[in-house]
Write a protein that binds this ligand. Structure first.
Ligand SMILES: Cc1ncc(COP(=O)(O)O)c(C=O)c1O
Length: 443
């Protein structure tokens, strides 16, 4: 089990073959089987003697893995898809093989150095000072929570409320529940955005504005892709001594694209922000970049203390575990680092611009079709649109048929209480033709 013996060599070849095949043929999205169907197809796999690697791998390759809607298929245009680069996927396997515990410098200095290079690049996209820093954590939910814990413990001074827009991601409400704080929900504008003006009015009208210690803005709302008025919000945050956190989990990648960079104006004033490389920075699951303007403040809040941990601290290094709610951590930023190092940042800029150009072409298709109505001009790469005359059941059937026929995976959404079509461009190979086929099915 622990020696790289002859059996292990055979298994390695089988796994390499699986990876090669998987990367050559991205499976189609399919509707999920039921639990009973899977139980019948798989049988019992955990037994005292084991079923053997050959059978287990065959089951995985032929039954378990295909029972999925793969994130990296360009036909995935629902929720928030992914598009990990080939380098990032292959290197993820190398990271697994390297058994790196990237919580502390003493354990994985080289990996942490490389991760920090990737973090610095992201911080520089946002225009944060060179002294900004943080860590990679497992996802946007944990990233938002870690930032809010920092804000509460380093900045609140007894205040217990956080302002956010009505369209803030659901992980924000969850984080507030966890940290025992309440939301001041500020009404969004007609595009679902939080604006500085609305925040200022809400604070002025609130009888207890002094209890608000932070404001959370979205740079790329999940439903619409809309970017809040970051500059206006930063201004109000400064006026009211609020911690300014930006949730750019999906949208932050747009900062590499010159054609939309000005929409992020104001993010350079954030006290903290997150971007998920597993979303639009072409990395594998699961990875969130969590950045702080003044990382020392997060360090003071998140550092865990135990007798056995004190001796692992070394001078001259940084311990990523001290900047979030985790302790043990995978070096999950390394696949992004390797991909950036392999292809270069210009390739990232071009890939994000390709996605934005496809989105604009899709907008033109909607605008030219009298049966369709664009809900709003997209800030980034998510489209909401209406099929005139349709009700919820029509959208649900449309999505089911598109999935069943292997055209594309989309899920309808809601806008102002009404069911609408939603299409997410994120994979650079999600083409305008795929979008055309998607809306042709609405005729
Ligand atoms: C804007 C935004 N914030 C936070 C999250 C939560 O991130 P995760 O799913 O990585 O925990 C998401 C996920 O879709 C998101 O789109």
């Amino acid at each position: 089990m622990f020696d790289f013996d002859e059996d292990a060599q055979v298994l390695a070849e089988q796994c390499f073959d699986y990876i090669r095949n998987r990367l050559t043929n991205r499976p189609q999205p399919v509707s999920p089987p039921t639990a009973d169907e899977l139980r019948a197809a798989v049988g019992v796999t955990i037994t005292p003697d084991g079923i053997g690697s050959e059978r287990a791998l065959k089951l995985f390759a032929e039954v378990l893995a295909p029972a999925a809607i793969p994130l990296d298929n360009p036909k995935h245009a629902a929720l928030i898809p992914g598009a990990p680069t080939i380098a990032s996927i292959l290197f993820d396997a190398c990271v697994s093989a390297s058994a790196l515990v990237a919580e502390a410098w003493i354990e994985a200095a080289g990996a942490i150095h490389a991760e920090n290079e990737a973090l610095s690049w992201i911080a520089s996209l946002a225009g944060l000072p060179e002294t900004a820093g943080g860590c990679f954590i497992n996802g946007g939910t944990a990233g938002n929570l870690s930032a809010l814990v920092t804000a509460r413990d380093a900045h609140a001074h007894g205040r217990r409320r956080v302002a956010c827009g009505g369209d803030a991601h659901s992980s924000i409400a969850k984080a507030l529940r966890i940290i025992g704080c309440d939301a001041l929900v500020v009404p969004s504008d007609d595009r679902g955005r939080l604006t500085g003006a609305a925040l200022r009015s809400a604070l002025a009208a609130d009888g207890d504005a002094g209890s608000v210690f932070a404001v959370i803005a979205s740079a790329g709302a999940t439903n619409t892709g809309a970017i809040d008025d970051l500059a206006g919000i930063a201004e109000v945050a400064a006026e009211h001594d609020l911690w300014f956190h930006v949730d750019a989990a999906y949208g932050g990648a747009g900062m590499c694209a010159p054609s939309v960079r000005d929409r992020f104006a104001g993010i350079e004033r954030a006290d903290s922000f997150i971007v998920d490389p597993h979303k639009w920075l072409f990395g594998p699951l699961d990875c969130c970049a969590l950045l702080y303007r003044e990382p020392q403040r997060a360090f003071e809040v998140h550092r865990q203390s135990a007798s056995y941990l004190e001796t692992m601290r070394v001078d001259g290094g940084m311990d990523p575990t001290d900047y979030g709610i985790h302790l043990t951590r995978r070096a999950r930023g390394l696949p992004l680092w390797f991909s950036l190092a392999t292809y270069g940042t210009d390739a990232y800029r071009d890939a994000v611009e390709t996605v934005l150009a496809n989105t604009r072409a899709a907008v033109a298709i909607i605008n030219a079709d009298p049966l369709l109505e664009l809900i709003m001009e997209p800030d980034l790469s998510i489209l909401l649109f209406k099929r005139i005359g349709w009700v919820e059941a029509d959208y649900l059937q449309w999505a089911q048929e598109l999935l069943a026929e292997g055209v594309v995976f989309v899920l309808p959404s809601k806008w102002q209480g009404e069911t609408v079509g939603r299409f997410v461009f994120l994979h650079p190979q999600t083409s305008v033709e795929m979008f055309q086929a998607t809306v042709d099915a609405m005729a």
